[in-house]
Ligand binder design. Structure first.
Ligand code: PMP
Length: 398
């Protein structure tokens, strides 16, 4: 028999499966709240003006497409490091942080996971319950045992903080703990600043290895505010990994722009880490693509473009908040007696709406409104044109 003869069909990606069903739906009123993408009020994925302007300059330069260094474009890595840690950060001044350009946030997590497996092969990985569904798969495919830590509380639609701290306290020393820096996916439930302080204290005391995943910087309270937790972790001096993504914040999903940053104890240690990270990149895809990195580097380092980006990102953030407000206010009228106030407290693109699987299926079958079976909705897919219909339908299935 051929070597391929016995291969099973792999399970379908649950979220991409929703989009396939949505695409096949002929109802002109259909709405897809199952996605993980920001749409503007016209229901379109925006091309940010800061990106368009940076691309116009790049087009004029007509630069040859040589290879980038293994670790990526130097100006990009530097700009990302300053964005993630703050330009005045001690880890930058002391040259203790290394940053490699990565293929989106996913690529950053993958490089980080392979790196950790190589140098901490016996560590266990802990991810939030629930988490972005690819976290488990990524770390398992790197060879780790992946466990959950308590996170979401369905009763309050917020964080079960007592459960989370108890879980952290019980982890074996040296465990790798994956934390969402802001805008938790899929729940939208984030820790308060005071709760972060407690988490950091436990991570430090118990010798855990924090891996902060920041895919939505700027979608919560602001660029600096959302990045604050990274800076707090960096200030502790513990070994730290940070994956970040510009897929959402630059609306550059398909360009695959992200980065992995690792904080070391000294500059000399950082140099050794970088050499190993480069080896992982080299044996996976050799070096990252140029376009997205050049665009992001240009925007981050050109004052006018930077300002434009910050204002365009603020517009996205404000529009999502507006949709949260409308969601709550409209449901108050259509479903009196039901309390959806928690949707306003949740942050980022997503909300665990509390809708049950049965309700999600009725929304799909009766109204062509698509959400994830867990009740996760993408608030950023709501707009002034579809929200009334969505709210009416939700009120009917409650
Ligand atoms: N981490 C989280 C929490 C995410 O939600 C996502 C994707 N939406 C990623 C990482 C990966 O981002 P990217 O699309 O840039 O690979």
């Amino acid at each position: 028999a051929s070597i391929f003869g016995a291969i099973d069909m792999a399970p379908r990606d649950p979220i991409l499966g929703i989009t396939e069903a949505f695409n096949a739906d002929t109802n002109p009123q259909k709405t897809n709240l199952g996605v993980g993408v920001y749409y503007d009020d016209e229901g379109k994925v925006p091309l940010l003006n800061c990106v368009r302007k940076a691309e116009e300059v790049l087009m004029e330069q007509r630069a040859p497409r040589t290879y980038l260094p293994i670790e990526g474009l130097a100006s990009y890595d530097k700009a990302v490091q300053e964005l993630v840690f703050g330009a005045d950060s001690a880890v930058i001044q002391e040259k203790r942080a290394v940053t490699v350009q990565a293929l989106g946030g996913t690529g950053a997590l993958k490089i980080g996971a392979d790196f950790l497996k190589r140098f901490a092969p016996d560590a266990q990985v802990f991810i939030s319950d629930p988490s972005w569904e690819n976290h488990r798969a990524l770390f398992e495919s790197a060879g780790f045992t992946v466990n959950n830590y308590t996170y979401y509380d369905p009763a309050t639609h917020g964080v079960n903080f007592a459960g989370m701290t108890a879980a952290l306290e019980a982890m074996p020393r040296g465990s790798i703990v994956v934390l969402h820096a802001c805008c938790h996916n899929p729940t939208g439930a984030d820790l308060t600043a005071a709760q972060w302080e407690q988490v950091i204290a436990i991570v430090v005391a118990r010798g855990l290895v924090p891996f902060l995943d920041m895919a939505y910087q700027g979608f919560g309270s602001g660029i600096a505010e959302d990045g604050a937790v990274v800076r707090k972790f960096a200030a502790t001096g513990v070994p730290l990994l940070v994956s970040n993504s510009f897929s959402k914040s630059f609306s550059l999903y398909g360009e695959r722009v992200g980065a992995l940053s690792v904080v070391a104890a000294s500059h000399e240690e950082a140099a050794r880490l970088l050499s190993q990270l480069k080896r992982i990149v080299r044996t996976n895809y050799s070096n990252p693509p140029t376009h997205g990195g050049k665009v992001v580097a240009a925007v981050l380092t050109t004052p006018e473009l930077r300002q434009l980006w910050e204002s365009e990102l603020a517009q996205m953030r404000v529009r999502i908040k507006e949709m949260r407000d409308q969601f709550v206010e409209r449901l108050k009228l259509k479903a009196p007696g039901r309390d959806f106030e928690f949707v306003r407290q949740q942050v980022g693109m997503f909300s665990y709406s509390g809708l049950t699987k049965e309700q999600v299926h009725r929304l799909r079958d009766e109204f062509s409104i698509y959400a994830v079976d867990t009740g996760r909705i993408c608030v950023a897919a709501l707009n002034s044109k579809n929200i009334e219909r969505v709210i009416d339908a939700i009120a009917k299935v409650l």
